[in-house]
Design a binder for this molecule. Structure first.
Ligand code: OAD
Length: 257
């Protein structure tokens, strides 16, 4: 890897990381926009991931998110998740911001993950916003899910909705503010496994550039952010992130740290 990149990581006292679906791809969780395998290549977002879709057909939407929750329950973190957890232990101020709705970062040992797009495992009541506690066990659902009536709120009896952010909805405010604050003050900004297509998450890359952070991207494919970052590393996160940790903290010259 580029010596300047390695030096920037060794020097950094603060690092902000933005992750996307590509980080969980090697765990068997589908991305959204990859050709053939992407969820939005195979399912219609307008029918599944908007407030209107849930109003029109709550059983279809709930069943689809339950299928995705089931996939995550069966998945395990991969070397990319683990490398990010290892970085957190080596940099004094480390902020992990994810667009992912799975909990694989947490299961790999990353603390205080900011979930910009919510979490599959945290549904809540449409009316009173009380969190809903899933019964234990893994639902058995076919590929793509099946019609399943959403449960009722344990507090007020209204309908429970998936705990994710849908198209047309705002991001959770405190999480977004925390992400902005972290990026404004970081020395290195790393974007991994995201197409950098969805706003406002993708705007964090521009913000990092504006505040003078060293910007880095890891992705096996070209993205909209290629030209925006100082270092665009081409390859899978499960290989490049462990290699980065190794070269920065375990490789030649790392004793300086
Ligand atoms: P996308 O599916 O848009 O992009 C995934 C990116 O991961 C692509 O650029 C791939 O090239 C890359 N990728 C694939 N395999 C990889 C690997 N092994 N290592 C590294 N990168 C890999 O997913 P996101 O950018 O996360 O929103 O999508 C952003 C948001 O759009 C999601 O959070 C979701 C979706 O609609 C909500 O659910 C609200």
């Amino acid at each position: 890897m580029d010596a300047k990149l390695i030096a920037a990581f060794r020097r950094a006292r603060s690092l902000s990381v933005l992750t996307g679906a590509g980080v969980s791809a090697a765990s068997g969780i589908p991305t959204f926009r990859d050709k053939q395998t992407g969820l939005w290549e195979n399912f219609d977002a307008a029918e599944l991931a908007t407030p209107g879709a849930f109003r029109r057909d709550p059983a279809l939407v709930w069943g689809w998110y339950e299928w995705r929750r089931m996939q995550v329950l069966r998945a395990e973190p991969n070397p990319a998740h683990r490398a990010l957890a290892a970085m957190a232990e080596r940099i004094p101020t480390f902020t992990l911001i994810t667009q992912n709705v799975d909990d694989l970062h947490e299961r790999a040992g990353s603390p205080n993950v900011i979930h910009l797009h919510g979490e599959l495992a945290r549904p809540y009541c449409e009316a009173c916003r009380q969190p809903y506690v899933h019964p234990p066990g893994i639902p058995e659902l076919p590929e793509g899910g099946a019609q399943l009536e959403p449960p009722r709120c344990q507090a007020c009896g209204a309908r429970v909705r998936p705990g994710v952010v849908w198209f047309g909805e705002s991001l959770p405010e405190l999480d977004w503010l925390a992400a902005l604050e972290a990026v404004k003050t970081c020395e290195v900004f790393l974007s991994v496994g995201t197409s950098a297509f969805v706003q406002p998450a993708a705007s964090l890359i521009d913000l990092a550039n504006r505040v003078g952070a060293v910007t880095v991207q890891i992705n096996p494919n070209p993205t909209d952010a290629d030209r925006a970052v100082a270092f665009a590393l081409r390859g899978p996160a499960g290989e490049l992130l462990p290699q980065l940790v190794h070269e920065v903290w375990e490789g030649k010259g790392s004793a300086l740290k």
